[in-house]
Design a protein around this ligand. Sequence first.
Ligand code: XLS
Ligand code: CA
Ligand code: CA
Length: 435
Amino acid sequence: MSHKIFSHIPPIEYKGANNKDPMAFNFYEAEREIYGKTMRDHLRFSVCYWHSFNWLGNDVFGDGAFHRPWLTGENDHQDALHKLDAAFDFFERLGASFFCFHDVDIAARANSVKELTENIKKISEPLAKKMLDTDIKLLWGTANLFSHPRYMAGAATNPNPEIFKCAAAQVHCMLETTHQLNGENYVLWGGREGYDTLLNTDIKQELEQLARFLSLVVEHKHKIGFKGTLLIEPKPHEPTKHQYDRDVATVVAFLERYDLQEEIKLNIEANHATMAGSSFEHEVANAFALDAFGSIDINRGDPQNGWDTDQFHNDPKEIALVMRHILLNGGMKNGGFNFDAKLRRQSIDADDLFIAHIGGIDNLARGLINGVKLIEEKVLNDFLEKRYQDWFSEEGQRILSGELSLEELSKFAQDPEPTSGKQEFLENYVNRIIG
Ligand code: XLS
Ligand code: CA
Ligand code: CA
């Protein structure tokens, strides 16, 4: 069976920073404690089903290039079982504690929403057994509301309420499945919740539909007693020209308008941030500032093109800066780092899937170590504290509390001595620490 493709690979181990074995970790020591928590519990990394087990390496110009014996083309229940075996074999050898999947990733191919629901039920039992036997947990579940042609004009935002009902059926099924599998979160990515042209689109109407849909999901979550967090995953475009959930700030404003901000948090994907013209660090910091942080999909784009290349993240400096925000805000709670990342089409060896994840995990571990250094050395925090200290003076507090009017403030206004923002000093410092 599927085991064959990974059976030559021993469990991946930590072998130290200077070890040259590409099938070992240089930085990730699962049980190493940092601030009273193991690295494993800090990172809570997850492997995704779709890129790693459901994709043959096909792209818009070419066919599948990978050897994935469970993707026979039949896509029946046998294939789904075969895939399940292969996926858990991979998770175990890698030492992953979490995974994520869409409904269609895990189940046999269906011709209708009803059949999909039945297929999910059928695979749920062997899946639950695998999870129990291996102690591998579900970081989040989600429904694919973008691949089937019925969703070409959106799911919740479709002009046809019949399609809204299909989306409701899929989410109903997957929310319950996620709940049964003790999933820690449930993700809603608005893949086609947007438009290709305003010539055929009523934005106001579609936003109302989207808000209604999300309220229904919230209601059902409480009805079944699901304790996980509901997460929206922002992305500015692709597949549609414009997606309503374009970035953190847009989603938070939308949630507040419909009074959903306490119920729904955000799953931030690194490359979606860059596609939106922001940095990954900005999106994470903004989510914390707006009290909306939930989880992370970790990957990267390509600086020379603007599309969603979903590559494995490999910039330790960026991770260290992001990690600093996460640690300063109390660490990952029920979120995690999900590898929503895929191999390059030429990476056809079974080992490549391991090497990609090993690199991604090591990159996170290294970022964690360096993030801690940035915090311990206090240079950045001391600088920030000093920069804002006058706001904590008596007068600063009176301004913030609203005690002083515009008129009163204008009476005492006088130009202070300018101070330096010290950007280059801070950049040099960070480079020295992380270098
Ligand atoms: C696509 C998204 C998608 C979500 C889950 O760009 O990243 O994979 O994470 O539907
Ligand atoms: Ca994603
Ligand atoms: Ca992506």
